[in-house]
Design a protein around this ligand. Structure first.
Ligand code: ADP
Ligand code: MG
Length: 322
């Protein structure tokens, strides 16, 4: 395999940090992060330039839990700050693991790694602001407590299908990656860049272009496709814990979809073939990247990154033929 200096933007899913049946101890996190780092360095070794992004669902959930548990002792922070904290946490771990694997592979003289605290501008007038849908943070079981949170903090709290009540926040669409120039400069100069973690810290711009954070979450795959598009990726890869997008997923006749045009994928998406909070957003993000850039996007298993790029594994989404 020869990457020929092509830029691959890789979106790491939750399993890059926390596997099913794990508690999330620091040891488990390092083990998972190193496994992901080896995959990434393998690509670098094959001549690809790499920019990495990642989810932060469980981690930002933890930060919000800590804030809630300690709220009488330490004033709670806001969600945008919690998001930035997780970019630091996960970015640090990835950065160190990738750096160490580069040293083991004698590649450290050619490549460096860096994490960016990365803001993503979201649509101010997105209908999502009036319809928060993303459950975040701790579960509440006391209705009086819920009432107080709604009144005092202005939160929207809804019954969670999994039981109890939880805060819901908007998940707006994305406009631009605020630090895109820095990311370009870095990868063009031999850096592996970790950016747009957790989809990016959501910010809005005022009339002068000044940014401020918002209490919202950006879908990581949506932020990933934006990142890939604006930094000029040749390939966008979404890595998760399944081989790709399936028809009849979880049923005895499930079938891995190997290649779809953007239009074919859209049709299946509309038919509800892909889980709305899981595979759906990945397919949506892959379609957007393909349509926007004319380049391919892949969805596949974290431990098959190389096979995916070789066309031996995963689901490939390509732009419609003109
Ligand atoms: P990540 O945390 O890696 O971003 P998610 O857990 O959000 O990933 O999404 C991956 C999951 O999507 C799979 O583990 C699978 O259970 C689910 N899924 C839902 N529909 C499909 C489908 N049609 N094909 C494949 N996976 C699907
Ligand atoms: Mg998952």
């Amino acid at each position: 395999m020869d990457g020929k200096g092509q830029l691959v933007v890789i979106a790491l899913g939750g399993n890059a940090f926390l596997q099913k049946n794990e508690k999330g101890t620091v040891e488990e996190q390092w083990k998972n992060v190193y496994a992901a780092a080896r995959q990434i360095v393998d690509l670098v070794k094959s001549g690809y330039k790499v920019v990495v992004t990642h989810g932060n669902g469980p981690q930002v959930g933890n930060v919000l839990e800590w804030m809630e548990a300690l709220k009488d002792k330490i004033p709670p922070l806001t969600m945008d700050i919690a998001g930035a904290m997780t970019q630091g946490w996960i970015g640090y771990m990835l950065q160190q693991a990738i750096q160490n694997v580069l040293i083991e592979e004698n590649l450290d003289h050619r490549y460096r790694v860096v994490t960016l605290i990365n803001q993503v501008e979201v649509k101010k007038d997105d209908p999502a602001w009036n319809n928060p849908t993303k459950y975040v943070g701790p579960y509440y079981y006391n209705e009086a407590e819920v009432k107080k949170l709604v009144e005092e903090k202005g939160w929207v709290v809804k019954p969670d299908p999994r039981g109890g009540f939880r805060r819901v926040v908007p998940s707006p669409d994305v406009i631009d990656n605020v630090e895109k120039e820095a990311i370009k400069l870095l990868y063009e100069n031999g850096f592996i860049v970790i950016a747009s973690g957790g989809g990016g810290v959501p910010v809005v711009k005022d009339e002068k272009g000044r940014v401020s954070g918002r209490e919202a979450v950006i879908d990581k795959d949506l932020g990933g496709q934006l990142l890939a598009s604006v930094v000029g990726a040749d390939i966008f890869v979404i890595l998760t814990d399944v081989e790709g997008a399936y028809l009849n997923y979880g049923k005895p006749d499930q079938k891995l979809l190997r290649e779809l045009t953007a239009s074919e994928a859209k049709k299946l998406l509309e038919q509800g073939v892909f889980g709305s909070g899981s595979m759906g957003p990945k397919v949506k993000a892959a379609i957007r990247f393909a349509e926007r850039t004319g380049k391919p996007a892949y969805i596949g298993h974290l431990y098959k990154l190389k096979e995916i790029l070789e066309g031996k594994s995963g689901t490939k989404i390509v732009p419609d033929k003109k």
